[in-house]
Design a protein around this ligand. Structure first.
Ligand SMILES: Nc1ncnc2c1ncn2[C@@H]1O[C@H](COP(=O)(O)OP(=O)(O)OP(=O)(O)O)[C@@H](O)[C@H]1O
Ligand SMILES: [Mg+2]
Length: 594
């Protein structure tokens, strides 16, 4: 319950829905209890007058009496119907207020969680898996909503109905009241246990279902590999095993579910029998009328649903509390990388790394050790090095995806940590090594980083990235959809769309992380020559594997094992005859072989 206290702020926010809701619950229950009384009166009327009626057997008066009798019964019937109608109307209002409130709160909570997600840093995303993150916004919030809506509504409903009925019963006959209520606590407890069991088993099924769907999903995404390696039969067998698991879990659930109604009917039946038996004795004693028995039977039946819902509601609340606990844990996670300044600043683009070291927090891999280098505004610096040497890490650090362990990174002489993060990042164009494009049109993908779009800009960026002609060859040009719903771009096309997305921002700093690996040398040259105008008076950091990509750079940093081993221009490094020279020779040989 402590965890659910978090939601109280929402109850306060929507108090003008909650309060009327509670009033509607009370009123609807008043109308629910009254019919039993009307029926009791009708019952007693019949009972008392039946002998009078018989007395006039054979007389004309009997017909008249019959008419009066029928008329009054009709009236009582009408009254019961009327009360049911009124109850229905207030039940409608109750749902309209409380359940609507729960939907509003669900919406608010989802937005709150989503906003928090966006603030959290990369390290958080590495620690948590995607399925888990998605579950919080969907599954967990739905469970919490079950508490805010149905659970609260039924709890209030049960309490009010209970008080009203018990009061009505006790005011008629205390002894009968106690006896007929006797089996109900047993009902509540049993239903609670059955419900917990149902929930446990449902949970297992849910888990199994998600295993099953991720299995199927992986099959679909890996279908090319599966077919190429002729693993269809093997996959089918694995699927059958997963399916079997799901089936046996489902059957276990059905077993418990089947218990639910028999138990309920049994205990309610018991209650009714006791009512009739004890009630009969009381009628014989003359303390109550037979109409009272009818009244009591109606009360007992009316209590059945609230009592069963009590068990259901308890488990709803327990699940909601568990979900809210997960949500709270996550909402309390503070982003590691925080912006320390509120005022946006324009940057020029000078970068300096001073003795920077960095270890990935989740894996403990020392990716960067004591690196120092300086990039003047407008300079073109290339980084080259073996795979796993720490090149992408430098790019990550420059974007401040992570905070460094020691040393200092400065931009225009100011410490990176002291800059306004979003303003800084918006002035950096980044082409990540692993291209990610959204399932959107090509135009929207390229314009992704812009708030407003002036005409012709997307085309211009596409031309600079040497992808314009490719796009125009598609039937719908820039309006072509990419991804699941649309076409699949080739690796090189994707990389170039990703480049266009970075340069359209006209950033002060451009970071290209190995973004030409999937294009051929000719296209690479085209991009680089197009780019020279884009890159003019922008600081450019180009990470590459091929020497041919970078020999025009103002300066080249050679990285190995997280350290800078050599730096200088192409010519300098060639003269040194070190690692760079070796790399060059090797790649030259490879090219000649091709
Ligand atoms: N997000 C991460 N979390 C933990 N460790 C990481 C992460 N990214 C990279 N590493 C590790 O840090 C080291 C440097 O990786 P990095 O990606 O910087 O290499 P790279 O030079 O870009 O390699 P490549 O040329 O293959 O892209 C590697 O040992 C890698 O396993
Ligand atoms: Mg890399």
């Amino acid at each position: 319950m402590k965890n659910l206290a978090y939601l109280n702020k929402f109850f306060y926010k929507y108090r003008w829905r909650l309060l009327p809701g509670i009033i509607f619950v009370i009123i609807s229950n008043l109308f629910a209890v009254l019919p039993a009384k009307v029926i009791r009166i009708a019952f007693d009327l019949v009972n008392e007058n039946i002998s009078t009626f018989r007395l006039f057997n054979g007389f004309e008066r009997q017909d008249m009496l019959n008419e009066v009798f029928n008329y009054s019964l009709l009236l009582f019937g009408g009254a019961v119907l009327m009360l049911a109608l009124l109850r229905g109307i207030f039940l409608f209002f109750m749902r309209q207020t409380i359940i609507l409130m729960s939907r509003h709160i669900e919406y608010d909570l989802k937005n709150e969680i989503y906003n928090h997600y966006q603030q959290l840093s990369m390290a958080f995303y590495r620690r948590n898996n995607t399925g888990d993150l998605m579950n919080r916004v969907t599954e967990d919030v739905s469970r919490v909503r079950m508490y805010i809506g149905p659970a609260i509504m039924y709890t209030i409903n049960t309490i009010v109905l209970f008080l009203l009925i018990i009061w009505a019963m006790v005011s008629v006959n205390l002894k009968l009241a106690i006896f007929s209520l006797l089996p109900l606590p047993i009902l509540a407890i049993t239903i609670y246990y059955v419900n917990t069991m149902i929930n446990l088993r449902s949970e297992k099924i849910q888990q199994q279902l998600s295993n099953l769907s991720s299995f199927v999903q992986e099959t679909f995404s890996g279908i090319r590999v599966i077919k190429a390696y002729v693993r269809e039969d093997d996959m089918r067998k694995k699927f059958a095993v997963e399916s079997e698991n799901y089936k046996s879990n489902s059957m276990a659930l059905v077993q418990v579910q089947a218990l639910f109604f028999p138990i309920m009917l049994l205990l309610v039946g018991l209650s009714t029998i006791i009512t009739v038996y004890i009630g009969g004795i009381e009628v014989i004693n003359g303390t109550i009328t037979s109409g009272n028995i009818a009244e009591f039977i109606i009360y007992v039946t009316q209590l059945t649903f609230p009592i069963t819902s009590l068990g259901w509601v308890t488990s709803l609340i327990q699940r909601a509390a568990a979900s809210q606990k997960r949500i709270n844990e996550f909402l309390n996670t503070q982003p590691e990388v925080v912006s320390k300044s509120d005022n946006p600043e324009k940057i020029i683009g000078g970068i300096e790394f001073k003795n920077v070291s960095f270890t990935y927090p989740d894996t403990g891999i020392k990716a960067i050790q004591n690196i120092s280098f300086k990039v003047q505004p407008g300079e073109f610096v290339a980084i080259i090095g073996r795979t796993g040497s720490g090149k992408s890490t430098i790019a990550n650090l420059l974007l401040r995806m992570y905070d460094i362990d020691s040393g200092e990174i400065t931009v225009d002489g100011k410490e990176l940590n002291s800059l306004n993060l979003s303003s800084y990042r918006s002035q950096v164009g980044f082409v990540p090594q692993e291209v990610f494009l959204f399932s959107e049109t090509i135009r929207n993908n390229i314009a992704f980083g812009l708030d407003t779009l002036s005409p012709g800009k997307v085309e211009e960026a596409a031309k600079s990235a040497a992808v314009y002609q490719n796009i125009m060859n598609f039937e719908k040009g820039f309006e072509t959809y990419i991804g699941e719903r649309g076409i699949t771009l080739s690796g090189g096309q994707k990389q170039r769309v990703s480049i266009a997305r970075a340069i359209i921002k006209e950033p002060k700093i451009l970071i290209f992380d190995d973004c030409l690996s999937a294009v051929d040398t000719k296209t690479e040259e085209e991009i680089l020559s197009n780019m020279s105008s884009v890159m003019s008076n922008k600081t450019t950091i180009l990470i590459a594997h091929r020497v041919s990509t970078i020999n025009n750079a103002d300066r080249i940093l050679v990285i190995d094992n997280g350290k800078i081993t050599e730096q200088g221009t192409h010519d300098d490094l060639m003269k040194r005859k070190g690692a760079y020279f070796e790399l060059y020779e090797k790649q030259l040989l490879e090219e000649q072989e091709v």
